[in-house]
Ligand binder design. Structure first.
Ligand SMILES: Nc1ncnc2c1ncn2[C@@H]1O[C@H](COP(=O)(O)OP(=O)(O)OP(=O)(O)O)[C@@H](O)[C@H]1O
Length: 257
């Protein structure tokens, strides 16, 4: 059974069909890309998977559990984490607190234990801080744990966002334009980094990206959207030579493939 099975998902914003009859079967361990020109519906698909929007039609299934109708926090506990197109850190909190916060969806103590700092609270807090520091260390951010997130360079903020996403122990990681704003050298490093976290954290990854160097370099297969519809799918080299895809991109200002 695929880890994620999306069947006939359609979503309207008023009269606009942002996603039309989208289908995807994602096997455990795969690294798949969704590409398409601006406004094609890519981020809407992430918002549908993570429960930010409820699909107007269709089904989204994670290991046998239907996600449509579930809240984003519930979906997080089921094993899906994401990053955002525009980095969404708590910029005025420390690096450590940004990762700590992500653990609270799974904390096992009660509000009373938390208020009074008794019972499971102390042990759980210790575990959360230790796990946060372990993650920061793996991402080479531990020496910056007391720094405010807003003071980190851009590339480190991206790494911190991914570290925070991994704090919830996801099986499926959704990366929304992780290479946005990066130079070619940083993109090469990011490619290595994504390959490495997939292996090290046993992840399945779904990636939205405009940077073709990254998409073609690491994705095993691609889905291409245009105006909410899937216009092509296949191996990166097949997509690169697909006339429908070329037309969709060439029609976009500055678009290239
Ligand atoms: N909350 C919303 N309300 C109304 N329309 C929306 C909303 N969110 C997205 N849209 C519209 O839905 C369509 C798909 O948007 P979406 O953000 O999913 O595209 P995208 O492929 O991620 O684009 P980009 O590459 O520019 O991020 C667009 O026409 C967009 O204007």
């Amino acid at each position: 059974m695929p880890l994620l099975q999306i069947d006939h998902v359609t979503h309207y914003f008023g009269g606009l069909c942002a996603v039309s009859d989208f289908n995807l079967a994602l096997e455990s361990g795969e690294l798949v890309g969704i590409i398409g020109p601006n406004g094609a519906g890519k981020t809407t698909i992430f918002n549908l998977i993570t429960g930010v929007y409820r699909a107007s039609k269709g089904s989204i299934n994670l290991s046998g559990t239907e996600l449509v109708g579930k809240s984003p926090s519930h979906i997080t506990t089921l094993g899906i984490a994401r990053t955002f197109q525009n980095i969404r850190l708590f910029k005025d909190l420390t690096v450590l607190d940004n990762v700590r916060i992500a653990h609270y969806s799974q904390a096992s103590y009660t509000p009373w234990e938390s208020l009074l700092h008794v019972g499971r609270y102390q042990a759980e807090e210790k575990r959360i801080i230790e796990h946060s520091m372990e993650l920061l260390s793996v991402f080479k951010l531990d020496h910056l744990s007391d720094e405010l997130a807003k003071n980190l360079p851009y590339g480190s903020q991206r790494r911190l966002e991914i570290a925070r996403a991994l704090a919830t122990h996801p099986q499926l990681l959704l990366l929304d334009e992780p290479a946005a704003g990066m130079n070619p050298n940083e993109i090469m490093q990011l490619m290595e980094f994504i390959r490495w976290i997939r292996e090290d954290f046993n992840l399945t990854i779904l990636l939205i990206e405009h940077q073709m160097r990254l998409v073609m370099g690491i994705c095993e297969r691609l889905k291409v959207l245009d105006f909410g519809k899937t216009i092509a799918e296949g191996l990166p080299w097949e997509i690169q030579n697909n006339p429908l895809v070329l037309e969709a991109y060439l029609g976009e200002e500055g678009g290239e493939l």
